[in-house]
Design a protein around this ligand. Structure first.
Ligand SMILES: Cc1cc2nc3c(=O)[nH]c(=O)nc-3n(C[C@H](O)[C@H](O)[C@H](O)COP(=O)(O)OP(=O)(O)OC[C@H]3O[C@@H](n4cnc5c(N)ncnc54)[C@H](O)[C@@H]3O)c2cc1C
Length: 415
């Protein structure tokens, strides 16, 4: 049994803690706010077993031009945000080249394919079944050209990775979703993903399970980690928590935290927003409106509309233009009532340039472990990379996931 400190109580940190606890270790989780209150709260709640390929930067010149002149709503940017992201965006662009992206996807597809399987025992043990729908989601298209391209891509994913989907025309989609009030060109119905009606509550249910099994969660804002006499030491209000192993699972805040130890880890922090709205006729499954880059999901809080990505500074004020455009587009499709809250949530997808989460031992520090950088699918992948990390700490290696390890990455993560 080892003493292990896990920093971060998002889906990734809590799932890592559960996996380590299951293997017999004594685990303490540290978070400045509490479980599931940041990125793992505000996302679209889809456990994306269909996401075989991570989001690449498109190589098509026409698409890049549309991004550059601001003609898209799925990605927007401002100049300071773009400049700040450039050191990570350039290697991200290089990793998006078709050949390299295909190699990265070989590993990525193995992660997402097991995601629902890895969540299943935790959902059952946490008694969180009421939060989970095992019935997929739709990605829909307004024009025949975009739908035909999406249908061809869904077929490609089925052939390469075995990702299940069916195609729906307007009539079929309206039968499934009576709330839909307009005709569309068609939808790809991804049948295997699960969707969650309150992602923060699922993370909290996992945290409660961890505590019920004897784990400890401490509220503390951690600063520079210290190593003394073979142990890691975290200061908490004048007291110290010490452990042989320290796992950094601080999501978008991880690179900043590791800087004092000498690690320079480039990350593109893709900001996304959500708002909650009243809706008289609920949707049965989430709808992804590809043209506007938004997802409409029925949540416990109301209809949640989440946006695509904004490249901006981490503390820049909220810019509601993407959400407003997305909501306007969504109103063409379904009747949407008044906003439920006055304030709008935003958070940042922690994306590493090679689109894979960073999981494994820190190159220069014994007993220091990384588990962050899950980008667009961290809510999906928490239990999966938590289990892979716990195996690594126990000295068990799975060659299928060798590409996740720091020593096999082209990231500049040297101490
Ligand atoms: C709009 C949007 C929609 C998304 N939709 C989906 C989706 O449908 N499916 C999916 O799989 N993923 C989705 N994602 C991505 C997903 O939400 C993230 O990848 C995931 O939540 C990251 O989890 P995490 O545990 O790494 O980080 P977080 O959940 O952010 O957890 C990090 C924790 O670290 C703590 N922390 C930070 N600094 C300190 C400090 N100094 N001291 C102590 N504690 C600290 C924070 O309080 C926080 O609790 C979406 C993201 C966004 C923004």
């Amino acid at each position: 049994m080892r003493e292990i400190l896990v920093l971060g109580a998002g889906m990734v940190g809590i799932s890592s803690a559960l996996a380590l606890q299951e293997r017999g270790h004594s685990v303490t989780v540290v978070d400045r706010r509490g479980p599931g209150l940041e990125t793992s709260y505000g996302n679209a709640g889809i456990i994306q077993s269909e996401a075989a390929e991570p989001y690449a930067i498109p190589y098509a010149a026409a698409t890049l031009f549309r991004y550059a002149i601001g003609r898209t709503n799925d990605i927007i940017y401002n100049i300071p945000g773009l400049l700040r992201s450039t050191p990570a965006l350039w290697p991200y662009f290089l990793a998006s080249a078709p050949g390299r992206h295909a190699r990265i996807s070989q590993t990525y597809a193995k992660l997402t394919a097991r995601s629902t399987h890895d969540h299943a025992p935790l959902i059952a043990a946490a008694g969180a079944d009421d939060l989970v729908r095992r019935s997929g989601f739709y990605q829909f298209y307004r024009t025949p050209e975009t739908f035909d391209a999406a249908a061809a891509d869904a077929d490609r994913l089925k052939k390469i990775y075995g990702v299940a989907s069916t195609l729906l025309d307007t009539k079929a989609l309206k039968t499934e979703e009576p709330a839909l009030k307009t005709d569309i060109a068609g939808a790809v119905f991804w049948t295997s993903p699960w969707t969650v009606s309150d992602p923060g509550a699922l993370t909290q249910a996992y945290a409660a399970l961890f505590e019920a099994r004897g784990g400890r969660i401490v509220k503390a804002d951690v600063t520079t980690p210290m190593r003394e006499n073979g142990s890691w030491r975290i200061e908490n209000a004048g007291e110290y928590l010490t452990a042989e192993h320290l796992v950094v699972a601080l999501g978008p805040w991880s690179p900043e935290y590791l800087k004092p130890l000498g690690y320079r880890i480039p990350m593109v922090r893709k900001r996304g927003y959500h708002g909650h709205f009243e809706m008289t006729e609920p949707l049965n499954r989430p709808l992804m409106d590809a043209a506007n880059g938004v997802v409409l999901s029925n949540m416990r809080q109301g209809l949640r509309i989440t946006t695509g990505a904004e490249l901006t500074g981490p503390v820049a004020p909220a810019n509601l233009v993407q959400l407003e455009r997305g909501v306007a587009g969504a109103r063409e499709l379904v009747d949407i009532g008044a906003p439920i809250e006055n304030s709008t949530w935003f958070g940042h997808r922690p994306c590493l340039p090679d689109m894979l989460p960073l999981v494994g031992s820190a190159p220069q520090h014994e007993g220091l472990w990384f588990n962050f950088g899950h980008g667009h699918q961290g809510f999906t992948l928490g239990p999966t990379t938590g289990s892979i990390l716990a195996d690594m700490i126990d000295g068990r290696e799975d060659n299928n996931f060798a590409l996740l390890k720091p020593e096999n990455r082209r990231l500049r993560c040297r101490g």
